[in-house]
Design a protein around this ligand. Structure first.
Ligand code: NAX
Length: 324
């Protein structure tokens, strides 16, 4: 058997962790022939619950699962890690200011970035799911100066998949008919799902829906889908978030022509260099590349700029807090 790939999952005892771990262990994250070793990182109070999940993983007798480690120490969890899924985060509580939220998450993502820097394998790939995902990814990345910056990504794949589903339902086509969907900006309500480059049956999507539906229904529905799920389910998205994390890493490792990924900006499309913002990306040879040369019309420009402005504010706030 090949050497197992070490996959570290933080927040392993949470809802997304529960939906994610079984799919990783069954081979859906990396491929049906890739053995995996799981490392579950939790806070001390949740280690016992993570142990319970590990018992269930054992009980599945997954052929590809070569071992499970459970710890509350990031230095152990990230030791030799090849893939890190940073899911555990501090949620916004009622009355919490943005500064408090960023500061609480800095207390999580700064030491995790440092532990990744000190202990992870040379080929480490990081996906941040825990919110505010883009800025949490920035904090971790800035605290891991020895790791190439482009190994740090944040998840906008759930937004991307939501956009595919909404458009497919509107046009009554299978999701497989839709190509070149893009989410730009922050994983927040300012995100911009772009239909000017998406194609349905080979034709531009924006030309197949009326403008009012696009601007007043589609964009807010995609951007506020997380809140709608909470309203309906009483809990935030978990299985769909886990599914998006699987899609993101699978495509990163195995290649894809076009998807949405939040990664450190190189200044493409006028997005401030260094912030972790969502772009249209392809994956080639295990590396993300921003798809270049797209024309950005005035409407898209305004939307992208608004979301990027939010990200630069968050970056400035975490800088002020001494987190980066
Ligand atoms: P849960 O509250 O069910 O689980 C979070 C887990 O993280 C808990 O078990 C907690 O003990 C653990 N944790 C907290 N601090 C930790 C630390 N320092 N080290 C290790 N573990 C730690 O939340 P869940 O529903 O699983 O959501 C997890 C995160 O995903 C949240 O921040 C949530 O906002 C975010 N989401 C991001 C999405 C995205 O598209 N990027 C969508 C889904 C989700 O809302």
């Amino acid at each position: 058997m090949a050497t197992p790939v070490k996959v570290t999952v933080t927040g392993a005892a949470g809802q997304i962790g529960y939906a994610l771990l079984f799919r990783i262990a069954s081979g859906q994250l990396l491929g049906a022939d890739v053995p995996v070793k799981l490392s579950l990182l939790e806070i001390p109070q949740a280690v016992k619950a993570a142990e319970g999940t590990a018992m269930e993983l054992d009980d599945c007798a997954f052929p590809l699962l070569s071992g499970i480690e459970i710890t509350d120490d990031p230095n152990v969890a990230f030791d030799g890690a090849n893939v890190a899924l940073l899911v555990g985060a501090m949620p916004r509580k009622a009355g919490m200011e943005r500064g408090d939220l960023l500061s609480a998450n800095g207390g999580i993502f700064k030491p995790q970035g440092q532990a990744i820097n000190a202990h992870a394998a040379d080929d480490i790939r990081v996906l941040v799911v825990g919110n505010p995902a883009n800025t949490n990814a920035l904090i971790a990345q800035q605290n891991a100066p020895d790791v190439p910056a482009d190994r740090f990504t944040a998840m906008t794949r759930l937004d991307h998949n939501r956009a595919l589903a909404q458009l497919a339902a509107k046009l009554q086509v299978p999701v497989t008919e839709i190509k070149n969907m893009t989410i730009w900006g922050n994983h927040s309500s300012t995100q911009y799902p772009d239909l000017f480059h998406a194609e349905v049956g080979g034709k531009i999507a924006a030309e197949q829906v009326d403008e009012a539906w696009y601007k007043e229904t589609f964009i807010p529905t995609v951007a506020k889908r997380g809140a709608a799920i909470i309203e309906a389910r009483g809990l935030s998205s978990a299985a769909s978030a886990a599914n998006a994390a699987i899609d993101h890493v699978y495509d990163w490792v195995n290649g894809t022509d076009w998807t949405s990924v939040s990664l450190p900006s190189d200044g493409s499309y006028g997005v401030a260099e260094g912030i972790i913002s969502s772009f249209p990306c392809r994956s080639v040879g295990g590396q993300w590349e921003i798809i270049q040369g797209l024309e950005i019309n005035e409407f898209s420009r305004q939307r992208i700029d608004a979301s990027v402005a939010e990200l630069t504010e968050e970056r400035d706030a975490v800088k002020e807090l001494g987190l980066i």
